[in-house]
Design a protein around this ligand. Structure first.
Ligand SMILES: Cc1cc2nc3c(=O)[nH]c(=O)nc-3n(C[C@H](O)[C@H](O)[C@H](O)COP(=O)(O)OP(=O)(O)OC[C@H]3O[C@@H](n4cnc5c(N)ncnc54)[C@H](O)[C@@H]3O)c2cc1C
Length: 416
């Protein structure tokens, strides 16, 4: 495994960083002003998208695009350092058509859409014409165990009829959101992992009711994390994605790349927080010393550097594994980064906020927003504990192949 950035990646990093510096960073204030004024999507987003596309910085995440599909065709390993740069500003990835949950949805459609589904939904997504949402979590059941999902997707003639309630559905308030990929139960009598299916539900289908946009840590996200009621929602049977009962398999396929993209962006957010902390600690003095000359702050800086570099290497290893052996074989690494990186994200932001004093938790730095998002990521795409559980059970399973092999290392006193 070689994680050095190739000349191609170095050149792309320069281009993405220049784009961020020249076109996105100067718009951060305006983004906040427009969003606070209720103007969303912001007035300049379509121009930014057109510019990024014209510069070849478009759909940077999908390695296996077909000839007629726009994008850059980078491997996950090549994409990781670019997503990291985008992660420095929460909304930046939309300009490159690389934002969640669209990326995961595009990956899913790319793998499983029928030719008609590809025409209707994947191509508009790849061209940045529409946005999408992924609807799995439900308020009434513990959704970190997807076997609990209760939304019914029942066959009726040539249609499916959907009834249920979802929440925390990211992007559902985005005015350009046109399609939901919904997970629901097609066969309650099948074995637990064959009961669920995924189905495409156009946003404007009668019976789809977005009842509220749920705030995250009291922050309002304009794209939304929404509660949605599906009441007798009727869609053609051809809207089924993959086979009936394949919902679990599809969810696994979707969440691999989706999770790694979040982690890559989190590394970027943590790196920015460290840069801010390092600069601030050299500007301010207390008790006759610069802040970095106090042992505690110096330790925060040092620990942040160590932890970010460790996490980045694990993310790159995971990206390499997805590229070389596939998301299924990389599932332990994917769980490891998902359990590790959101905590790192919040820990480094936390230290940086403290170094800034009261300003650190004000809107005058990006730290509070980044901290909040890092905290949310400890739940989004599954809570830390579920990923830790998966890692532990894979370790236990693996150890059973050689159970007893460590006995030679034990040196209990000889029994008398
Ligand atoms: C910002 C944000 C965006 C989101 N976007 C989406 C989206 O677009 N689409 C979507 O479908 N969902 C989305 N979600 C929902 C998210 O995926 C769920 O919240 C998550 O899977 C947990 O489900 P739950 O909230 O029902 O918690 P529950 O399943 O009720 O779990 C509660 C807690 O129980 C503990 N727990 C659970 N299992 C175990 C275990 N095995 N071992 C130890 N402890 C355990 C964990 O601490 C967990 O937090 C989003 C959430 C957030 C915060």
């Amino acid at each position: 495994m070689d994680f050095g950035y190739s000349p191609k990646v170095e050149a792309l990093r320069t281009r993405v960083r220049n784009f961020m510096d020249d076109h996105i960073l100067p718009r951060v204030r305006q983004w906040h002003e427009e969003v606070h004024a209720g103007k969303y999507p912001v007035s300049f987003m379509e121009d930014l998208k057109a510019l990024a596309r014209s510069e070849g910085l478009w759909n940077l995440f999908l390695p296996h695009l077909k000839e007629d599909e726009p994008g850059t065709r980078l491997t996950n390993l090549e994409y990781a350092p670019l997503a990291e740069i985008m992660g420095r500003i929460g909304w930046a990835s939309e300009a490159f058509n690389c934002s969640a949950p669209d990326t995961g949805n595009m990956e899913l459609l790319h793998m499983f859409a029928t030719p008609q589904q590809r025409e209707d939904w994947l191509l508009p997504l790849l061209h940045g014409k529409i946005r999408s949402a992924f609807a799995m979590t439900e308020p009434d059941v513990a959704s970190s165990d997807a076997t609990n999902i209760t939304t019914l997707v029942q066959r009726d003639g040539n249609d499916y009829v959907i009834n249920g309630r979802k929440w925390f559905i990211t992007n559902a308030a985005h005015p350009h959101c046109r399609i939901f990929i919904l997970m629901g139960k097609t066969d309650p009598d099948a074995p637990p992992h064959k009961q669920q299916s995924m189905i495409l539900v156009p946003r404007d289908t009668p019976g789809v009711d977005v009842v509220r946009n749920v705030n995250i840590m009291n922050h309002h996200s304009p794209e939304g994390h929404c509660e949605i009621v599906f009441r007798n929602v009727r869609v053609p049977a051809t809207n089924l994605l993959g086979e009936e009962g394949s919902g679990f398999a599809l969810a696994q396929a979707r969440l691999g790349p989706g999770r790694i993209h979040h982690c890559m962006r989190s590394i970027g957010a943590a790196e920015l927080a460290l840069e801010l902390m390092v600069e601030r600690s050299q500007e301010r003095k207390t008790f006759g010393k610069h802040l970095h000359q106090h042992g505690t702050v110096a330790e925060w800086i040092a620990r942040s550097r160590i932890e970010i570099d460790q996490a980045r290497l694990l993310v790159l290893k995971t990206a390499w594994m997805i590229d070389h052996v596939g998301a299924k074989a990389a599932r332990k690494e994917i769980a490891m980064i998902k359990a590790l990186v959101p905590s790192l994200h919040t820990t480094v932001c936390e230290r940086a906020m403290q170094t800034f004093g009261a300003m650190g938790i004000s809107p005058d730095t990006p730290l509070a927003d980044h901290w909040t998002w890092g905290r949310a990521l400890r739940l989004a795409d599954g809570p830390d504990e579920v990923h830790l559980r998966s890692i532990a059970s894979m370790e236990i399973k693996q150890s059973q192949e050689t159970l007893g092999a460590t006995a030679a290392y034990l040196t209990p006193p000889a029994r008398l």
